[in-house]
Write a protein of this length. Sequence first.
Length: 169
Amino acid sequence: MSAGIEGGNQIISAAGSRQATNSTWGYYLFAGLAVLLGLILLNDWRYALAAQKRWTPAAGRVTENKVVVHRSRRSRSYNTYVSYTYSANNALYGAGPLELNKYKLYFSEDGAWTDLRKHFPEGKSIDVYYNPANPYQSSLGLAGTPGLSVPIAFLLFAVAAVYMARQEE
């Protein structure tokens, strides 16, 4: 039976070994969430890259863009969408509304509209990638994805959190 001596946030037993603190568990929890988000973002990026590499490219045109505002009691969030047409196998196809930048945070509706009109204004020519086995299935490829740097940043945050937890143990 060992008597515990409480010192700061750490509990040190009479035998001298340190036990994990609540803040250590917080670091591990943060690391787990960061890894999960990083893997989700990495999977979205990987899917977009695979569509861009494996599917057939086609000329497309933005037909509509819109910002959807989600209101709650305490906050608002903004999502950007685009619709487009593209030519495949001598036929014209349409797609959308497709959510773009779904992981990007906008702080105002004007900011979301500005970003959307800057990158995907109505009438803009765009590259579209369609599934040759099913031309109704299409993607914009890597356009509108957060890029590879965002999932890597989340994974680095996870490594840093684990490092900090180990320093406290």
